[in-house]
Design a binder for this molecule. Structure first.
Ligand code: 1HN
Length: 350
């Protein structure tokens, strides 16, 4: 060790007891020249996760568990309950006759339904059926419980902004003390009031920054997405894509989580693209090959993938594919820090 190094080390050691550190030893880590995302690209295969989730169904009831979920924990983020750097995601099961009791918390949730015949969720006094492909929103602070009066397992993907809420250390939660909240609105109320291209005469926003629509039915979303093909060319970087929107401001459905659907016709390959948002992907229909910084992943129906931000990616559809995407883009945009690059020809990012 040179004399200078030793003198500096000695100096740093004297700073330590006073809770001081020299910025010049830390600066590059604080403001890296480009994003260094900790998230590992990773795929959870439905064929592997589903049997384990059903086994959990034999082990304990939904009520015992409060929420019977296998958490998608990114292998690079062990112990943090995160699928990527900023979002929580997991796969939930309820069985016929079960209820997941009513509670509420500051974190907001979205659910993408994989398998359901008679499952439903109740949000703020309104019941919404859960059908395959539906997007169901639980705004932060809203009472919610799940139930099932149909047949077979009801399985869905939950995505919550829990890690972001916890960065701010501003989380509250509360149990209602009842299995199910009182239903005060008719089924389909939020969709009728806010989701048919019309809005209430007197403006109001029942859930602050979150969309007032609880359920975006797959049938409608899918029809719209596939109808684009009749008149439009696909976006070369995204394929055919439509995002779930908050009808009150045209923004994303939730303040901290973005969600969109894309369709890649069989054989379509997207051009290199990267963006700073931390993403997740669920294959709703078909199969797709994802190339991420030279690593290839083959995904099939109901498989879930964690995609770190700012890595070059291309997607190729092995067969007609419909994909559900979620990310923290909404939060990044609100904070003014989201960036994307379309094509790796060295376009400026500033
Ligand atoms: C939650 O409330 C649900 O309501 C699912 O279904 C997953 C993960 C962490 C915290 C709250 C649900 C959750 C959760």
């Amino acid at each position: 060790m040179s004399n200078t190094t030793k003198t500096r080390r000695d100096f740093y050691a004297r700073l330590d007891p006073g809770s001081l550190v020299p910025l010049w030893e830390r600066m590059k880590g604080l403001v890296p020249p480009e994003p260094k995302n900790k998230t590992q690209a990773y795929v959870w295969r439905f064929d592997e996760v589903r049997p384990l989730l059903l086994e959990a169904g034999d082990l304990l009831t939904a009520k015992e568990a409060e929420r019977r979920v296998l958490v998608f924990e990114n292998p690079a983020l062990q112990g943090t309950s995160r699928i990527n750097s900023t979002l929580y995601a997991g796969m939930q099961l309820i069985l016929p006759g079960e209820t997941a009791p009513a509670h509420r918390h500051v974190a907001g949730a979205l659910r993408f339904i994989l398998e359901s015949d008679g499952g439903y969720t109740a949000v703020a006094g309104e019941r919404a059926d859960m059908k395959r492909g539906d997007l169901v929103i639980t705004p932060g602070g809203a009472w919610h419980d799940h139930g099932h009066d149909g047949e077979g397992p009801c399985i869905w993907i939950d995505v919550l902004d829990v890690p972001l809420v916890n960065v701010f250390e501003c989380g509250f939660s509360e149990e209602l003390g009842e299995d199910q909240q009182a239903i005060t609105k008719s089924d389909g109320h939020s969709l009728a009031e806010f989701g048919s291209g019309m809005l209430p005469m007197t403006p109001y926003s029942p859930f602050a920054e979150t969309s007032p629509i609880f359920s975006y039915p797959y049938e409608r979303a899918r029809d719209s997405l596939l109808s684009l093909k009749k008149s439009n060319e696909p976006d070369p970087y995204l394929g055919y894509a439509l995002r779930y929107a908050n009808p009150l401001d045209g923004g994303w459905v939730m303040p901290m989580i973005s969600a969109w659907l894309s369709h890649l016709p069989k054989g379509m390959a997207t051009q290199p693209y990267r963006a700073t948002d931390n993403q997740g992907l669920v294959v709703s229909e078909g199969s797709v090959k994802v190339d991420l910084d030279g690593q290839t992943f083959e995904l099939h129906r109901n498989d879930v993938m964690a995609l770190p931000g700012w890595k070059w990616r291309t997607l190729k559809a092995s067969e007609d594919a419909i994909l559900f995407h979620f990310s923290d883009r909404s939060a990044q945009e609100k904070l003014g820090i989201w960036k994307e690059q379309r094509g790796n020809s060295g376009a400026a990012i500033w």
